[in-house]
Design a protein around this ligand. Sequence first.
Ligand SMILES: C[S@@+](CC[C@H](N)C(=O)[O-])C[C@H]1O[C@@H](n2cnc3c(N)ncnc32)[C@H](O)[C@@H]1O
Length: 227
Amino acid sequence: MWMTLVTVVPQGCTPCRHRCDHGHGLGRPANRDLHGPSDVEAYIRHLESSDRDAWQRPDEVVAALKLYPDAWVADVGSGPGYFTRRLARAVPEGVVFAVDVEPRQLDRLNEHLGNEGLRNVVPVLAPPEDPRLPPRLFDVILVVNTYHHFPQRVRYLERLRSALRPAGRLVVIDYHKRDLPVGPPPDHKIDREVVIQEARQAGLTLTDAPDFLPYQYFLVFRPVAPQ
Ligand SMILES: C[S@@+](CC[C@H](N)C(=O)[O-])C[C@H]1O[C@@H](n2cnc3c(N)ncnc32)[C@H](O)[C@@H]1O
């Protein structure tokens, strides 16, 4: 039903602009360079590990979004689609845009979509600084464990805000900035209060913060109405 939308990728993009050697998903594989094909494979395996479900609680996260069946959703930093595919099932009459900078993540997502018969997902290969989402289209934009990758975060949030419908929501889920058994080391994490402050600068206000995830904050923002 949906054509794959592919945009131009600049300067050989990488899974992590900061050249992190952590896996971002489960635990911290030591000294992994994530920039070769086999390393991206390992990264994808971490993101997709079933061990993750116990603390990531993906079905509860999607349920908490309270999506209408015809909602338009974007999953920014989708990876191979751990959340994208659940979102696609939650909006059978809607659409999910899956945005990522890494083509191999989207290749894996495409394989899953074919295997699972999901036809309401639009993969978007985007440059790091711009999610390339159409304006005023989305009911929900979800960003999981990806916030620290964005360059010029306030600018990036402004772009996300402009892609939201007036009553749309931006949801940021990321690791608390402390030592945890999962996720990147603390110095790679962004403190919850910093996200809230940057969102405010981008014209977004915090409206909800479910607290059922053991290691991550879950922040729901809405656009501030123009004065
Ligand atoms: C830790 S993974 C999270 C994947 C997915 N959200 C999940 O929870 O399984 C971060 C993802 O963000 C992507 N990414 C990194 N920088 C990005 C950017 N500037 N814009 C969009 N995606 C980005 C990476 O390629 C990777 O797939």
